[in-house]
Design a protein around this ligand. Structure first.
Ligand code: SF4
Length: 337
């Protein structure tokens, strides 16, 4: 079956007074129908900008270029802004980390849900209200008939996040981007929200892309992972391969710096150094100033994406962008676009 989302050679740049910030660099990936994909990396690595670019929600001075961004076979790059608005909400939705950035504080939850439903489903006011209540019910909000008339500030953080998920699922999208959906919540509420997303994924066969710096969330919730660094995808693997057999030194660094109760005798090993200033990325592999395996070629040339064989014997492709794996390095990519 064709993939639900196919992104080919996506670049997103921000033209600022200080120079051009290359936020997303030559990114290609896909998401299958009903699949859960994780995107991990440190702050500023391009995770959120990649997903916002797919939804064409990048504000000026951002500029998006891509060879292709297809959703269910439809080329999104060719759509007018009006048609793209229909796709957002009807077919794709975005769950933000902080629901107050999505809800307008001066309108009730119900008004905002009804507006979204009426816009996308062309329902009358009465039907839109019924749909709003049933969406709130679906995400486990108690007393949905009353909550629908409450303002966002009257709800707890967990309930607001549920209400935002209700807004995202109200039009039954095929794909949801969830950007750190639980970071602002306490641990017990986090677990409930993740469980809720899992149930919705199963019941609606919605594909979910989780954006997170939390490897525990990614391990729990996803089937496949993209690791991003300085705007590039540096590793792409199924979840078992990535955790058991990480290939890219940055992925190894991320895994070693994550607390693990099973290794209580071992100290955490933070990745040395800091993420470089995107206005002044180092030549060659952008990770080389922090990488203990850096070679001369790493300081000179950006490695290609290569498919590597997996020691786990899995058939699923495991891709990495690193000079340590030159064996299949046959495809030359034009990164100058
Ligand atoms: Fe390290 Fe070189 Fe691989 Fe970059 S390409 S991660 S510097 S070994």
């Amino acid at each position: 079956m064709a993939e639900l989302l196919e992104v080919k050679r996506l670049f997103t740049r921000f033209h600022t007074e200080d120079g051009v910030v290359p936020a997303v660099q030559n990114v290609s990936f896909h998401v299958g129908h009903g699949e859960s994909l994780g995107i991990v990396g440190e702050s500023g690595c391009g995770k959120s900008v990649t997903c916002l670019s797919v939804m064409r929600l990048i504000p000026t001075p951002g500029v998006i270029n891509a060879d292709s961004v297809k959703l269910d076979g439809k080329e999104l790059l060719d759509l007018s802004e009006r048609k793209m608005q229909d796709v957002r909400g009807n077919e794709m939705a975005f769950i933000f980390q902080e629901p107050m950035t999505s809800f307008n504080p001066v309108f009730t939850i119900g008004y905002q849900l009804e507006e979204a439903i009426r816009l996308h489903q062309k329902l009358d006011k009465v039907r839109a209200r019924e749909e709003s209540i049933s969406a709130l019910k679906a995400v486990g909000i108690p007393r949905p008939e009353q909550v629908v008339d409450e303002y966002p500030h009257a709800l707890s953080g967990g309930m607001r996040q549920r209400a935002m998920i209700a807004m995202a699922i109200s039009c039954k999208p095929k794909l949801i981007f969830a950007d750190e959906p639980t970071t602002a919540l306490d641990v017990t509420i986090q677990a409930q929200i993740l469980e809720l997303l899992n149930e919705l994924k199963k019941s609606l066969n919605t594909a979910i892309v989780y954006i997170s710096h939390d490897l525990a969330v990614i391990a729990e919730m996803t089937e496949r992972v993209l690791v991003m660094y300085c705007g590039y995808i540096v590793e792409n693997a199924d979840i078992d391969s990535l955790f058991k057999n990480p290939k890219h030194p940055y992925t190894v660094g991320l895994l070693n710096s994550k607390p693990d109760l099973k290794r209580e005798d071992e100290k955490l090993k933070p990745i040395p150094g800091t993420v470089p200033n995107p206005l002044h990325l180092p030549k060659g592999c952008p990770y080389h100033p922090r990488c203990e395996h850096a070679m001369d070629i790493c300081r000179e040339r950006l490695p290609e994406v290569t498919t590597v064989s997996d020691d786990e014997g899995t058939e699923k492709p495991h891709q990495v962008r690193c000079w340590l794996y030159p064996e299949n390095n046959t495809t030359r990519e034009d990164t100058s676009k």
